[in-house]
Design a binder for this molecule. Structure first.
Ligand SMILES: *[C@@H]1O[C@H](CO)[C@@H](O)[C@H](O)[C@H]1NC(C)=O
Ligand SMILES: *[C@@H]1O[C@H](CO)[C@@H](O)[C@H](O)[C@H]1NC(C)=O
Ligand SMILES: *[C@@H]1O[C@H](CO)[C@@H](O)[C@H](O)[C@H]1NC(C)=O
Ligand SMILES: *[C@@H]1O[C@H](CO)[C@@H](O)[C@H](O)[C@H]1NC(C)=O
Ligand SMILES: *[C@@H]1O[C@H](CO)[C@@H](O)[C@H](O)[C@H]1NC(C)=O
Length: 601
């Protein structure tokens, strides 16, 4: 024990020494420039570093980017020359990687850190008294959740930097409805400027070196924190915004002036032994909050499972006061014990919903589990096919994987097969809030059986959605056949409560973005298409799987996206090792899951 303490102290001392030594590479500037146009964000991080020593030295570039983003460009400027990273198919890149490793050289890495970020790291040898400029670009489509879009920028240059700038430009032709800055970086250095009324906003953050040293998570190492920009846009047409450019379109559909549809929700809660302690406690707390938020015309069911199933009530009941009080008592008394029979539990949830009349309502199953199936049917494929058979596309299944022992891919696949999504719940002090937050996203169904129809459109991204919830958004992109706007007619057909509704007020909403954005809409289309192909790849098997994989790979290469199917090969000056950067899979954590430090100046 004592020895460990001594080692820690020594290590700490070394760190302090290292950071004050004059020979440390010197960052002369560090700029982050993010431009969001119609919810598609392109962010460029540029850093210029000098080697002030009399010997050549390896200089590292290490930044964190959102998991949802695809890196689309990386290059270095050394000694008057640009070295461009090249996106290659993973197998090709792997060869180069293996060769580099067999020569005893290290390879670069993109690894998961925290809940929302990935770390990009590379290094290059820089001659004495020379400089290197690193430039990384990544792209992402901002997802609307609970009525807002969120852009997260992680700022961590690893030392205080004299010329440190973060600029964010937001361009939304529909008009910015509100904008807010979070993440704790509130200081005089931070400013928000609406430009040209409220169609544009400019957020800039230029902290001094002193300000960079005096925030919570930072010190001699400089800034370490997130700038989070939250906003929403105006919506005056129920059909939403349709932007077109150079033969492509993107449709953002998020009507909010509809009445809510009562829901039938069944909570299927894992109470197996592994849920013991804090996880179980947080689940109880979250459940009680969720029950409090049910509307009186909702119906609900609650079952817990280990190797057996426990009903609060065998059928769905109305969320009236009396039933809710009784359910809360049940929820407070959930105890952990036994194994995990996911198959029986989900099938029972589906049975309860199938037995309940669904006319004029929206049905949902929410499964919360923290482990693999260990009891009853344990063959994953068999569970998936059973669940699919019983749900039969009638309602979505949402799977919440609690902690890091779950087989997340299994849950993800099962959700996708049943029109839902899987979400990871991180084991942390706020797990109850994460659970409640997920529930809030699906708490207010406004439409069911949504079909997006585009006559005169082709190569469309997903067009059918089982439910649409208030605060979310449906985004569809595609190509306009022969770029003929005249014959292109978007329309949305859906069920609102018990009535079929059609949205089709075309002419007011179609908008040409202008030649500056010719590649923009196309990139949004490519981004969405690749994301959805990667999901399909998970769902399919055999030749179908190979086909979507091939298509996703081709698009990733064409648009230079670093996806799970491609890698970025970082070219460097002659004689230097090649870095190969892979995108990690969801849940592939290489560095634990410590929360991201937030920064207060
Ligand atoms: C940020 O990028 C945009 C788009 O490329 C460019 O117009 C703008 O000048 C850049 N801003 C800064 C401060 O570099
Ligand atoms: C949907 O959300 C908006 C705010 O984002 C709110 O004004 C509206 O009342 C909500 N609709 C329902 C049915 O809850
Ligand atoms: C788009 O669709 C057409 C057929 O409708 C097809 O020939 C073309 O290859 C598609 N383009 C892409 C990029 O998928
Ligand atoms: C989408 O839904 C429509 C009508 O509900 C149906 O006809 C069509 O086959 C569906 N398309 C897909 C790709 O599932
Ligand atoms: C569409 O445009 C036509 C003519 O420009 C107009 O008469 C019609 O009212 C418009 N429709 C809507 C829904 O705005």
């Amino acid at each position: 024990m004592e020895r460990a303490v001594v080692q820690v102290t020594l290590f700490g001392l070394l760190l302090v020494l290292a950071s004050t030594l004059p020979n440390k590479p010197f960052i002369s500037f560090f700029h982050i420039n993010s431009t969001v146009t119609s919810r598609y964000a392109t962010t460029v991080i540029t850093s210029r570093v000098a080697n002030r020593m009399d010997d050549s030295k390896e200089i590292e570039f290490q930044v964190r980017i959102p998991k949802n983003a695809f890196i689309s460009k990386f290059r270095m400027f050394i000694d008057g020359q640009w070295y461009d990273g090249v996106v290659k198919g993973k197998e090709k890149a792997q060869q180069q990687y293996t060769e580099a490793v067999s020569r005893g050289q290290s390879a670069g890495l993109v690894s998961s850190v925290g809940r929302t970020l990935e770390e990009f790291k590379t290094a290059v040898t820089v001659a004495a008294h020379k400089k290197v400029t690193f430039e990384l670009t990544y792209e992402e489509l901002l997802k609307r959740k609970l009525g807002k879009y969120e852009l997260q920028i992680h700022a961590r240059p690893m030392q205080p930097v004299k010329d440190f700038k973060v600029d964010v430009y937001i361009n939304e032709k529909a008009g910015i409805n509100f904008i807010e800055i979070k993440g704790g970086l509130s200081t005089n250095a931070l400013s928000l400027k609406p430009v040209s009324s409220c169609f544009q906003a400019w957020v800039y953050f230029y902290p001094t070196e002193d300000q960079q040293k005096t925030c919570d998570g930072c010190g001699e190492q400089g800034m370490n924190g997130d700038l989070v920009i939250v906003y929403d846009v105006n919506r005056d047409s129920s059909l939403g915004d349709i932007k077109t450019s150079a033969g492509y379109f993107v449709h953002h559909f998020a009507p909010s002036s509809l009445s809510r549809i009562p829901k039938n929700v069944v909570f299927v809660i894992d109470q197996s032994g592994s849920m013991r302690g804090r996880k179980m406690q947080q689940t109880r707390i979250a459940l009680i909050h969720i029950l409090n938020d049910l509307a009186e015309d909702d119906h609900f069911g609650l079952i817990t499972f280990d190797s057996s199933i426990f009903h609060w009530k065998r059928e769905l009941v109305q969320a009236n006061k009396e039933n809710l009080e009784s359910a809360k008592i049940f929820a407070r008394n959930i105890q952990d014990r036994g194994a995990t029979d996911i198959n029986a539990a989900v099938l029972e949830g589906a049975r309860m919903l199938n037995a309940h009349p669904r006319e004029g309502s929206a049905s949902i199953v929410i499964l919360l589990t923290d482990g693999d199936p260990t009891s009853g049917v344990t063959n994953l494929e068999l569970i998936q096919s059973n669940v699919r058979r019983d749900i039969a596309d009638k309602f979505p299944l949402y799977c919440l994987g609690f902690g890091h022992d779950v087989n997340f891919e299994f849950l993800e696949k099962m959700s996708l097969q049943n029109n839902g999504v899987a979400r990871r719940i991180y084991e942390d002090s706020d797990a109850d809030l994460q659970l409640k937050g997920f529930y809030d996203e699906v708490a207010t169904p406004l439409l069911t059986d949504v079909t997006m129809i585009y006559n005169g459109g082709t190569n469309l991204t997903q067009t059918n959605f089982s439910q649409y919830y208030n605060g979310s958004e449906i985004v569809v992109a595609g190509q306009i056949t022969d770029n003929d706007i005249e014959t292109f007619t978007p329309q949305v057909v859906a069920i609102s409560r018990d009535r079929r509704v059609t949205f089709s007020d075309t002419n007011a909403t179609m908008e040409y973005l202008g030649t500056d954005f010719d590649s923009h809409i196309q990139r949004v289309w490519a981004y969405l298409t690749v994301k959805q192909l990667l999901e399909k790849e998970l769902l399919f098997s055999g030749p179908e799987k190979e086909n979507v994989k091939k298509e996703a790979l081709e698009l990733s290469l064409k648009y230079s996206f670093v996806t799970p199917l491609t890698s970025m090969v970082v070219t460097k000056p002659l004689g230097e090792n090649t870095d190969v950067l892979h995108k990690p899979k969801e849940g592939e954590t290489t560095q634990g899951h410590s929360p991201v430090l937030s920064c207060k100046l």
